[in-house]
Design a protein around this ligand. Structure first.
Ligand SMILES: C[S@@+](CC[C@H](N)C(=O)[O-])C[C@H]1O[C@@H](n2cnc3c(N)ncnc32)[C@H](O)[C@@H]1O
Length: 292
């Protein structure tokens, strides 16, 4: 997984804006969405959008969520997807042309620290997997900015995942847990130079409380993938797991790293992704709150 190519801090914008995302990042975002689409559709239903709603999708990326959000607000509503990456905006615009809901979605380039909209504009302000690159202080700034552009009585929603909850059967738990504990340690040690929050999902409830949103509801989704896995699910699981193992490697022996990698190598006898008993779980959490 190439987190660094998706990480834009406010200061990085000018430098990274037009350097482009490598295709594997875009491919990873698409695979991620497709692998979990069944659950994504449930999350979209749980937003309880109404026809006619004006919805902002913050950090819309390739726009796969925006198109699903559009189904719920058509024919009178509209989705605006906003993202800092010009490459992703262009991909999203092109991809949208295939969608029956293309007339109800538009994509704009913009910064989620400084959304280019008046206060009290949107019925719902949504974002998915866009806060994990931000420090806790910056997460709060972005949620406040989302709250600013939501209408009074409108909804703010953030969907993120929690890395502690990832289970991969049949990898031995003593090895998998050692690896995940090493990931937590490495991410904590590198936080000042290369921030990435594997545990963001558990924090959104408190941030929503702190910024003064009301009627807060955090819904947990146990996302499960099992045999037979689609090509998207295999690519997604391989990239996520390899990223975890590489991140953990400073605190693993070479033999442990090699053993863990072998579970995701299709040429290895230990490969798990084609096994009939393979089972994967990750918990994603969507926090919802109302602006008063
Ligand atoms: C992991 S991707 C998630 C994309 C999409 N929401 C999804 O779930 O498929 C995070 C997105 O946040 C965008 N992003 C990062 N920093 C941003 C910023 N400051 N303003 C707007 N978008 C930003 C990235 O370009 C990327 O598309």
């Amino acid at each position: 997984m190439t987190h660094e190519t998706l990480l834009y801090s406010a200061e990085d914008f000018e430098n990274k804006a037009d350097t482009g995302l490598i295709m594997s990042s875009l491919q990873w975002l698409i695979d991620h969405y497709i692998a979990k689409e069944k659950y994504r559709l449930q999350m979209v239903r749980d937003l309880q959008l109404k026809p006619g709603n004006l919805v902002l999708d913050v950090g819309s990326g390739p726009g796969l969520w925006s198109e699903k959000l559009a189904e719920k607000v058509a024919p009178d509503g509209r989705i605006i997807g906003i993202d800092f990456s010009q490459d992703l905006i262009e991909y999203a615009r092109e991809n949208l042309q295939q969608s029956p809901y293309k007339d109800f979605v538009e994509y704009q380039r913009g910064d989620f620290f400084d959304l280019p909209f008046e206060r009290n504009t949107f019925d719902v302000v949504f974002c998915s997997n866009s806060l994990m690159y931000l420090t806790d202080e910056d997460k709060e700034k972005v949620i406040k900015e989302k709250q600013r552009v939501a209408k009074i009585g409108g909804k703010v929603a953030s969907k993120e995942y929690d890395g502690e909850t990832i289970i991969v059967y049949p990898i031995p738990p003593e090895l998998w847990l050692k690896m995940k504990s090493a990931v937590a340690r490495v991410l904590s040690e590198t936080a000042s130079s290369d921030y990435y929050d594997e545990y963001v999902a558990r924090k959104t409830h408190k941030i929503f409380l702190d910024v003064g949103l009301t009627h807060i509801d955090s819904i947990a989704y146990p996302i499960q993938l099992s045999y037979p896995l689609s090509p998207s699910a295999k690519r997604y699981l391989t990239q996520e797991s390899e990223w975890l193992i590489k991140t953990a490697s400073p605190y693993l022996s070479a033999a442990e790293t090699e053993q863990l990698m072998s579970y995701f190598n299709p040429n290895s006898q230990h490969y798990v992704l084609d096994r009939e008993d393979f089972w994967y779980l990750v918990v994603e959490i969507m926090a919802l709150g109302i602006k008063q």
